[in-house]
Design a protein around this ligand. Structure first.
Ligand code: AMP
Length: 418
């Protein structure tokens, strides 16, 4: 084989693709049930959009972007995440609802150059939602509730919500200074990456998997929140409790993107080891300003679809229709093709899924293919049927067979399949 798919990517087909479509449909319906409408943005954007918003000292920007130049020398990047693109589209298209919350959801591929392993890919897919236009903590609760509902829908159990507040531009600078001084004293114990980046953004150390022992000794943001952030965080927790949503306050949770303010959260699957984050989100009240617009507070989440699909409990996987056809035409001789295709077209017009066996293979093999397709009926258009102007129709469930005039076939099958 001369060509293989790029490392960290997947080909999706067959039953696995049917499962994907099933999950995506359920997710789209879930989002709609909360009043979120779908948004699709390009899979590439100007690189600066990510550099300025996700943040220069983040892993995504320093190590993981698929960045390239187009033929005119413009710097473009395959999107590593979709919050900044949605905000860009929101501003560019003037989608602001006067005074109200604008709600969007998306499903699509994201790209990060990271070491592939179980549950981690270079092209992966996210389902996400963004609620733009309000800093009401009830909106944070709606987003958390909706992200949790994803996993309830698919009957996950034992999940944990980790919640934190990462402050705002009013309280973060003072905290960063305090954190910076603590890190200054501990710099001998930091990994090489953190030793370099703590001066640019000391909060990035909380993302580091290697610096665990140091993290445990650092001052935390929630002890240094301003009055507004403190009140916001307290209100959110109160609303969540009232809604019966349990969570753990994790003061070390910051998430790997710089644009977050106040609320940050993750949904963890404790059984999953290293890649245990199913979903993450947070508030990004400063992102619109980073994009050059006025202040537009907002919050969102994104959930990895691969991690969702790979961990769905078996008992939740019910009602997926893996069949490929409703009706399957068996054509024993080439004289029957035109008639079969003509009848198939009439059946499709009535909403049936129809496959015509055009392989010319032995009739036994065609009948086997008919059963495997999941069709309810096989229709035969052999020479004898052509002569009598009537198809042989076999009910693949009961095995019963009968003759139906070609002119009555559509009505007959429609009735049979009621
Ligand atoms: P993040 O934008 O990094 O907070 O990621 C949100 C969610 O997307 C994670 O909780 C994962 O479920 C999923 N995710 C992130 N990166 C990857 C990846 N490289 N491969 C598969 N899923 C990913």
């Amino acid at each position: 084989m001369k060509y293989t798919r790029p490392r960290g990517t997947q080909d999706l087909f067959g039953d696995s693709m049917v499962r994907w479509r099933w999950v995506e449909d359920k997710l789209a319906r879930l989002a709609a049930s909360y009043g979120y409408s779908e948004i699709r943005t390009p899979i590439f954007e100007m690189s600066d959009l990510f550099i300025r918003t996700v943040g220069e000292a983040t892993d995504i920007v320093t190590k993981e972007m698929y960045a390239f130049k187009d033929r005119k020398g413009r710097d473009l990047t395959l999107r590593p995440e979709n919050t900044a693109p949605v905000m860009r589209a929101f501003i560019e298209n003037g989608l602001q609802r006067s005074g109200g919350v604008s709600r969007f959801f998306y499903i699509g591929p994201m790209f990060r150059y990271d070491r592939p392993q179980a549950g981690r890919y270079r092209q992966f897919h996210q389902f996400g939602a963004e609620a733009i236009g309000s800093d009401n903590p009830a909106v944070d609760a709606e987003i958390i509730d909706m992200s949790l509902k994803i996993y309830r829908t698919f009957e996950f159990q034992g999940l944990e919500i980790r919640l934190n507040s990462v402050g705002c531009p009013a309280c973060r600078p003072a905290y960063r200074q305090i954190l910076g001084s603590s890190l200054e004293n501990l710099k001998g114990e930091l990994c090489d990456d953190c030793a370099q980046r703590y001066a640019v953004n000391p909060m990035r150390i909380f993302d580091c998997k290697e610096c665990g022992p140091v993290k445990a000794r650092l001052p935390v943001m929630t002890d240094h929140l301003c009055a507004d952030c403190s009140e916001h965080f307290a209100s959110l927790q109160r609303i969540l409790r009232e809604m019966g949503i349990s969570f753990v306050h994790d003061p070390l949770l910051v998430r790997g993107l710089d644009y977050y303010t106040r609320t940050a959260f993750e949904i963890l699957h404790p059984g999953l080891g290293g890649q245990n984050a199913l979903c993450g989100g947070g508030r990004y009240d400063g992102l619109a300003e980073d994009c050059g617009a006025g202040r537009v507070p907002a919050i969102g989440f994104s959930a990895g679809i691969e991690r969702l699909l790979e961990n769905i409990p078996d008992k939740a996987v019910v009602g997926i229709d893996f069949s490929k056809a409703d009706i399957f035409f068996v054509v024993p001789q080439k004289e029957g093709y035109a008639r079969a295709m003509n009848l198939a077209s009439q059946l499709r017009d009535r909403g049936m899924r129809v496959e015509v066996d055009l392989s010319g293979r032995a009739i036994k093999k065609q009948i086997k293919a008919a059963s495997e397709s999941g069709a309810s009926h096989a229709v035969f258009t052999g020479i004898e049927e052509l002569r009598e102007n009537a198809a042989a129709v076999k009910n693949l469930g009961s095995g019963e067979q009968c003759r139906v005039p070609f002119a009555d076939l559509a009505a007959f099958l429609e009735k049979e399949r009621e």
